[in-house]
Design a protein around this ligand. Structure first.
Ligand code: PMP
Length: 419
């Protein structure tokens, strides 16, 4: 094939890693699955599946309760997973890592427990137009409840934030800045360290939505210097139902609980209660124990593969996809075109609705996402109701991008014939 990429060592490693992912052997409508939807949810390697199975078969019990051996084993494994996650993201202590159900819950926790308590009428919350609804709708509620106002950072036509507006945007009474590290639609990698420093200079706090970043690039919350960092297990080779909120210790201490019930208390009286220490204050009820243990295994897996390698591999795939898609007539690509982007590309093919494109690609076994990607305000700004999105991860190959292109050609032919 004319455009096929020559094999390289990165490719060979990816081919080997694919062996770890049993689902990649799936046949879809008689053709091998080409999974290009890891930004929605990633696949899980045997090592992570085995960790969940082993926990269920050999160590399953509730945590922080039982005096019995199994209870101790479960607690040790749950807490070891917390420790692993903490070191993976450069958290200063494991107590600052809270297990949640995912990014959505992590952000809601900050809105409810921090923002509703500390923000007031007249304060300003800065967001960007490229936020996922998970980092937008909760802030609308905070604004309704506290009387604070929302302000949006301007975005340039290339899908990057207009950093020349920093001084206009970040000035008192801004109290909170909440932004995504990597956009799930544009692939833009935002300068979160620079923005955090500028926000701190005016006394504002910073929350970063890392759902699309932690799986793909090395993230160190201490180096970024932010106050809160949220992400999900299922986008980083881990299971659904588990996520993380990292928070600065002194802020977590000042915050009230998000949800209440068992385990998050120190003492309960008939008319009042006192709270457990962090992070347990924010983990009421029985947590997703096996899921947390599996997230620990996912972190081990990603560390063994090497985040530097993953970042390079993803970057090469995105650059190749960008090259192929942009050399094709009638394809509009959204987000930065210079290759400085995350491992995903949103695009539209002229004359084909993205839902039709995704349906036709599925007939060839190719899984892409089509829709508004939980970013309706961004879709409005781009002037489209929806886009198709191909996203890549450590197990994807350059050949799969060639297959995507062939699938797009076939879709064009089918629809031209149907007209
Ligand atoms: N933020 C971003 C940037 C995302 O891509 C997603 C998932 N699509 C979320 C937040 C929400 O993550 P979850 O559904 O796992 O809570």
């Amino acid at each position: 094939m004319k455009n096929a990429m020559p094999k390289n060592s990165t490719q060979t490693k990816a081919e080997k890693l694919r062996e770890d992912f049993p689902i990649l052997k799936t046949m879809v409508r008689g053709t091998p699955l080409v999974y290009l939807d890891s930004a929605a949810t990633s696949q899980r390697p045997s090592q992570v599946l085995a960790a969940y199975c082993l926990f269920c078969q050999s160590h399953n019990a509730n945590v922080h309760r039982g005096i019995h051996s199994l209870g101790e084993q479960a607690t040790d494994r749950y807490e070891a997973a917390r420790e692993r996650v903490a070191s993976f993201i450069g958290a200063p202590s494991k107590h600052t890592v809270i297990f949640t159900r995912g990014t959505t819950e992590s952000i809601n926790l900050v809105c409810y427990s921090y923002a509703n308590k500390f923000l007031k009428r007249g304060d300003i919350i800065v967001l960007t137009p490229m936020e996922h609804h998970a980092n937008l709708v909760p802030w609308q509620l905070v604004a309704n409840i506290t009387g604070a106002k929302l302000r949006y950072w301007p975005m340039k036509p290339d899908g990057t934030l207009d950093m020349s507006a920093t001084n206009d945007i970040l000035k008192p009474p801004v109290k909170m800045v909440a932004l995504t590290h990597i956009s799930n639609v544009l692939g833009t990698i935002n300068p979160v360290t620079e923005i955090t420093a500028a926000a701190h200079a005016i006394g504002a706090k910073v929350l970063i939505d890392g759902a699309q970043a932690v799986p793909h690039i090395s993230v160190n919350v201490s180096e970024i210097g932010c106050d809160f960092y949220a992400f999900s297990g299922h986008k980083m080779c881990g299971p659904t139902g588990i996520g993380v909120l990292w928070g600065r210790e002194e802020l977590l201490e000042e915050m009230d609980p998000f949800m209440t019930g068992g385990e998050m208390i120190q003492e309960v009286f008939l008319d009042h209660s006192t709270w457990n220490e962090i992070p347990y204050k924010f983990e009421p009820g029985t947590p997703p124990i096996g899921e947390a243990v599996s997230l620990g295994a996912a972190v081990n897996y990603l560390s063994d593969v090497g985040m530097d390698w993953i970042e390079k591999h993803d970057h090469k795939l995105a650059a190749y996809a960008l090259e192929r898609l942009s050399s094709e007539e009638g394809i509009e690509i959204y987000g930065p075109l210079n290759g400085e982007r995350g491992a995903l590309i949103s695009f539209n093919v002229e004359g084909i609705h993205p839902h039709d494109l995704a349906t036709l690609l599925d007939r060839d076994g190719i899984a892409v996402r089509a829709g508004h990607h939980c970013a309706q305000p961004l879709m409005r700004q781009l002037g489209v109701p929806a886009t198709a999105r191909a996203s890549f991860y450590l197990y994807n190959l350059h050949e799969e991008i060639d297959q995507l292109m062939e699938g797009i050609h076939r879709a064009k032919e089918v629809l031209a014939y149907a007209r």
